[in-house]
Design a protein around this ligand. Structure first.
Ligand SMILES: Cc1cc2nc3c(=O)[nH]c(=O)nc-3n(C[C@H](O)[C@H](O)[C@H](O)COP(=O)(O)OP(=O)(O)OC[C@H]3O[C@@H](n4cnc5c(N)ncnc54)[C@H](O)[C@@H]3O)c2cc1C
Length: 583
């Protein structure tokens, strides 16, 4: 085992992790930062973001409006102090990115262009064509290269946190190229490992989004917050789950059912106003649109395909010039993956798991209940997304809270006591032994793909767009059985060099723990709010459930669910109204 001493260890080199690293380097260039990532940074999921990043910039817009859209979009489960801070910091961070070289798309007059996005009642989404994530991550990555204090550990897979005397003092990681286990000893650790969409079978999420960081914090005793809220994006390509960005609807695309009818007008999302339109209908929030699909399917008004039922996204009226200028990747993806050219044809689409609103419980500075541990980005729950995230808020969230946690970790590095070397080394040896033990496991007849498939099936059938006590109980029983059976998985590949068998086994372990928290939290929330829709409790119940859920890990039993009040500053819960009609 190799020991590496550093000041701050960041796990994850997506948008959130790199933004934090830059903030630390800017605060104090003498602070040593270890930036650990299981993939090369530019392969982090942030690179796949298409549509844009929200921040108030135009004169007709206001911070109050961004706040109001975010809070009602989140069905009042957001912590409003966090949202206030978020909307205020957002424009500064996006302008900072411009100064670092991000090529934001422009209006005719040269000012920054903004496009409409779902649930945002005003155009406020900055974009770089439909490759925003690529440009954003590239800008951050190239900026980070300026700072010698940031040392990268690419293709290192983190397995667990090191904590001694009630403080987080480091993190373990396997160098995938050699199989060698490393212990990073640090004054603080920032978790920036992204979401967990891969727990579900049909998702827009890259293969690396397996909830590793959530599982690491959870096992270390930090609760996972609001895990029942899983976002379905209404427009994924059938078969692959590849995303067709909401920017397509922002630019004017319509959604129709198999009869060519713009069905969203039947679901309280406003009238089918003629093109060009500005509000609701196709620009309603994602939870509502995905739920409308489910109802259309029940009514037999979706079209059947070999890859499941679909509705259609119609871009044809936008014309080739606009599609090529604003949505080139949408055209590319549709032609490459399903042989449909949106200039001439309808794109078949269906809802697809896209985003985990919940995550590691943090305060407004990204700090967790474990001293020395921060969490940011999609693996964290601050919470600004509440029960339903608005598209384009999360790229901005990476920047705002990444920078904030970075500054917090820098401060801690100056004041934290020296690590308890003896305690940490002992823990590190035990952690290494847990990895080595995987190689010695007897074959219990279980396979990684087999267990993963069973997990996928039960999560989709039990904890999908609509849930009930019966479906969730069945999933809870199944997931806890899968967790037991997981100990019967043996590695078939015993080599040290890029052992994907080992990594997939560890990822499956993380996903099963996180899946269990999702199902347990969903069972406890006996109401319908945002993306969490219970067939047996159809109404939102503010008296009982205007609360965050906190899932605590148990190695043997079920997770324990506790609750915490939501922070309300200036917006009392009300009906969510879109396009002039509410629900
Ligand atoms: C297809 C798609 C399109 C999207 N479009 C938009 C959009 O237009 N606007 C918007 O606001 N949001 C969008 N989102 C959401 C947004 O992109 C993500 O929430 C965000 O990029 C997550 O960033 P992150 O830094 O938290 O994590 P990621 O970018 O996912 O990075 C996670 C990092 O953690 C590392 N990691 C994970 N586990 C380990 C481990 N065990 N050991 C070591 N390293 C590890 C990975 O290597 C990676 O570097 C989109 C998401 C998808 C999937």
């Amino acid at each position: 085992m190799k020991m590496i001493e550093t000041d701050v260890a960041i796990v994850g080199a997506g948008g959130a992790g790199i933004r934090a690293a830059i903030a630390i380097a800017e605060a104090d260039p003498t602070i040593r930062v270890a930036l650990i990532s299981k993939v090369y940074p530019m392969r982090s999921h942030t690179v796949a973001a298409e549509g844009g990043a929200a921040g108030v910039i135009k004169e007709n817009d206001s911070l109050d409006d961004h706040f109001a859209d975010t809070v009602s979009g989140g069905d009042w489960l957001c912590d409003q102090d966090a949202v206030e801070l978020f909307v205020a910091e957002a424009p500064k961070e996006l302008i900072q990115l411009e100064h670092w070289g991000c090529p934001w798309s422009r209006e005719e007059d040269g000012s920054v262009g903004v496009r409409p996005f779902g649930g945002m009642k005003m155009e406020r989404t900055w974009y770089a064509a439909d490759k925003t994530g690529f440009h954003l991550l590239h800008t951050l990555f190239q900026t980070s290269l300026k700072y010698p204090s940031i040392t990268r550990f690419d293709e290192f897979y983190s397995t667990e946190l090191l904590a001694a005397n009630g403080r987080c003092q480091g993190v373990m990681a396997i160098e995938m190229r050699s199989g060698r286990v490393h212990a990073f000893i640090a004054k603080s650790v920032i978790m920036a490992t992204g979401g967990a969409g891969r727990i579900f079978p049909f998702t827009t999420n890259g293969a690396i989004k397996t909830g590793d960081g959530m599982a690491m914090a959870y096992r270390a005793g930090v609760p996972l917050k609001d895990m029942e809220f899983i976002q379905y994006h209404p427009t994924g390509l059938p078969g692959t789950g590849i995303l067709i960005t909401e920017a397509a609807r922002g630019e004017g695309a319509s959604l129709t059912n198999k009869d060519g009818y713009r069905y969203l007008q039947d679901y309280g999302l406003g009238p089918a106003d003629p093109w060009p339109r500005k509000k609701a209908m196709e620009l309603g929030p994602r939870d509502r649109l995905s739920q409308a699909f489910w109802h259309e399917q029940k009514k037999g008004r979706t079209a059947q395909t070999p890859h499941g039922d679909v509705v259609y996204l119609d871009l044809r009226h936008l014309g080739e010039k606009k599609i090529d200028e604003r949505l080139p990747m949408v055209r590319d993806l549709a032609i490459s993956y399903i042989r449909v050219d949106p200039v001439h044809d309808l794109i078949p689409v269906r809802p697809v798991v896209h985003y985990t609103m919940g995550g590691i419980d943090t305060d407004i500075d990204g700090a967790t209940s474990l001293d020395g541990l921060f969490a940011i980005g999609e693996c964290a729950c601050v919470s600004i997304n509440g029960a339903n995230r608005l598209g384009s808020n999360s790229l901005t969230e990476l920047l705002v809270f990444g920078a904030r946690a970075g500054r917090g970790a820098a401060k801690l590095a100056a004041t934290a006591p020296a690590p308890d070397m003896e305690g940490v080394q002992e823990q590190a040896r035990a952690a290494e032994e847990r990895v080595l033990a995987l190689f010695r496991r007897a074959d219990g007849g279980e396979s990684i793909p087999g267990l993963r498939q069973e997990m996928h099936d039960t999560m989709e059938s039990g904890a999908g767009i609509y849930r009930s006590a019966a479906s969730l109980l069945a999933s809870a029983t199944k997931i806890s059985a899968l967790r037991r059976r997981y100990s019967g998985v043996a590695l078939t590949d015993k080599s040290n060099v890029y052992n994907t068998d080992l990594i997939q086994a560890l990822e499956l372990g993380a996903m099963l723990d996180v899946a269990e928290a999702i199902v347990a939290a969903a069972l406890e929330r006996k109401e319908s709010r945002g993306s969490h829709q219970r067939l047996d409790f159809e109404a939102r119940d503010d008296d009982a459930y205007l609360k965050h859920s906190l899932a605590y890990y148990s190695e043997t039993g079920d997770p324990e669910i506790r609750h915490r009040d939501v922070t309300i500053t200036k917006s009392q819960p009300a009906e969510r109204v879109y396009g002039g009609a509410g629900k």
